[in-house]
Write a protein of this length. Structure first.
Length: 430
């Protein structure tokens, strides 16, 4: 068990480290995709600037003359700079030249930002980007600093300080959409890993509970066996050491004690064997109509003789009431319930047994069961903690037997209890 826990813990630690590494790589991939997206936004802004300038050129002359003018602009720009133009890209250089051309022709640089924003949005859509809002501002414009924008500088001509700031509302959805090929499988893997972790933690917790129950069972069985063995041993030792053939009464008493304790041990062993799950799987039930009242009365008579304390029974069962069941196992179930009622009660016990065509109810005026114990009382080997007093000894199998036999019969067993208020067990067969 300890080795399993250590291996499980180590596996979880390694898996958690792997998850952190994958999450870090995803974060890096996200930043990389964001940079690529903003590069596209920058290119769209340059294209939009170029198209806005061309639209202004066309508004002043025929489109056919635009190319002649463009050639004239290029020649003027080269003469002004005194060198052959070198630029980062065709778009930025052309945009810069056209802007210079406009300055030469009419001495104005009046960029129409409404048109520019509209063209910028169209360019973004053409490249598969759909931000809620897209704007282009002059560089270091106060408006660009307001709001939750993704911003990128736009430098026309590739030299000097930026001309514009292209701003778009966050495009996280677009970035994640590009990563969906890896994000979706990883998300599914993370969810599966989370379920696995929860399952393992619960499974380990359940194993610890079972281990504790096994330890309790061993302790309880040892306690149960010690007393009858010690009593029988003492009786045998007394007969050997102080044997007197003439004292027949004493000899019979000692032999009776030995027989009683051996019978107790034999019954204990048989009950433990009867709790075996394999025995339950292969158990052959002899289902037949069983008249309930005589069966209960026989059990009550036996329990009254066996009880070590005063017990009063109140039996309310209609005459002639018959139940389809195995008489032997039904009797064992009722015996277990009555035995528990006697064990977990005070000095004077009052037990009620009420039955009808729908259910059997066994109530007592005993100690009651704490709320935290109620969900577990039908578990194998589970015992409510009452200290180690011999008179309430046991090995946590009686109620397990009752529940499993009820399920085999197709019945349902329920319990109602509270500390100091007694307990009621209900076996519902309809």
């Amino acid at each position: 068990m300890k080795k399993f826990k250590y291996v499980t813990f180590l596996s979880l630690v390694v898996s958690a480290a792997a998850v952190i590494a994958v999450a870090y790589n995803l974060s890096c991939m996200y930043r990389s995709e964001k940079m690529r997206t903003m590069q596209t936004v920058r290119e769209c802004a340059v294209n939009a600037d170029l198209l806005e300038i061309i639209s202004r050129m066309k508004s002043g002359e025929e489109a056919d003359g635009a190319f002649v003018r463009l050639n004239h602009i290029v020649e003027q720009h080269q003469q002004k700079e005194g060198r052959v133009m070198q630029a980062d890209s065709v778009q930025t250089s052309l945009s810069s030249l056209l802007r210079v051309g406009l300055e030469f022709e009419d001495g104005r640089t009046g960029t129409d930002y409404t048109v520019l924003d509209s063209i910028f949005t169209e360019e973004l859509h053409r490249h598969g980007l759909y931000p809620a809002e897209a704007r282009i501002f002059r560089y270091e414009s106060p408006e660009a600093q307001q709001g939750r924008w993704w911003r990128t500088d736009v430098t026309l001509g590739g030299l000097g300080k930026p001309d514009y700031e292209a701003c778009v509302s966050p495009l996280s959805g677009d970035v994640l959409a590009r990563m969906r090929g890896i994000v979706i499988p990883l998300a599914v893997a993370f969810v599966a890993f989370g379920f696995l972790c929860v399952y393992l933690i619960r499974y380990v917790g359940k194993m610890r509970t079972v281990e504790q129950m096994k330890e309790d069972f061993t302790h309880n069985m040892t306690h149960e066996l010690k007393t009858p063995v010690a009593v029988a041993y003492s009786a045998v030792d007394s007969m050997i050491r102080y044997y007197d053939p003439a004292d027949e009464a004493r000899n019979r008493k000692m032999l009776g004690i030995i027989l009683e304790r051996l019978d107790f041990l034999s019954g204990m062993i048989e009950r433990i064997l009867s709790m075996s799950m394999e025995r339950f799987k292969t158990l052959n039930l002899r289902i037949e109509p069983v008249e309930l009242k005589p069966l209960v009365e026989r059990i009550v008579s036996m329990m009254e003789i066996k009880a070590s304390k005063p017990v009063t029974f109140d039996i309310v069962i209609p005459d002639g009431l018959k139940i389809s069941a195995d008489a032997l196992h039904l009797g064992n179930m009722i015996t277990n319930l009555i035995d528990n009622a006697i064990k977990y009660s005070g000095e004077e016990v009052r037990i009620g047994i009420v039955a009808d065509a729908h259910a059997l109810r066994v109530t007592d005026n005993g100690l009651g069961i704490d709320r935290k114990d109620l969900p577990h009382i039908f578990d194998k080997f589970y015992r409510v903690n009452t200290g180690d007093r011999y008179e309430v000894g046991g090995y946590g199998l009686g109620l397990f037997y009752v529940k499993n036999l009820s399920e085999r019969f197709g019945w349902r067993v329920e319990v109602k209890s509270a500390p100091g208020s007694g307990t009621e067990f209900i076996i519902k067969w309809k």
